[in-house]
Design a protein around this ligand. Sequence first.
Ligand code: NI
Length: 141
Amino acid sequence: MTIQLTRRYSFAAAHRLHIPRLGEEENRRIYGKCNNPYGHGHNYVLEVTVSGPVDPATGMVAHLGELDHFVEREVLEAFDHKNLNEEIAAFRERVPTTENLCIEIYNRLRSFPAARLARVRLEETSLNTFEYSGETDGSPS
Ligand code: NI
């Protein structure tokens, strides 16, 4: 019997959508105002879903404090109030779209020891939300 737990977090970060090898004009065409040279910020809302059996001893799937501590250590400390392009190694070579940010966060959280990471959902604005549940073919992402 499996149950899912979803916990909500938030962080603020800046980014610029730009792929250097494409040149200025092509970047402007693809990313529009998200290509502004000085970047812009978002208040991201992150939902982390873990799943597993209910522990008969505690009646819980995972201890919330343990999940909070893990997300804080692996994601929030690294990303909150940071410039994603400049301060996160993964985005030196990869454009920090929210799609790629969602995958990066998933990969950072997948080793959560107390329950299986089922899904990461990342809200960029009230209009845009992205979800990632890992690769479905079983190969590492
Ligand atoms: Ni943006």
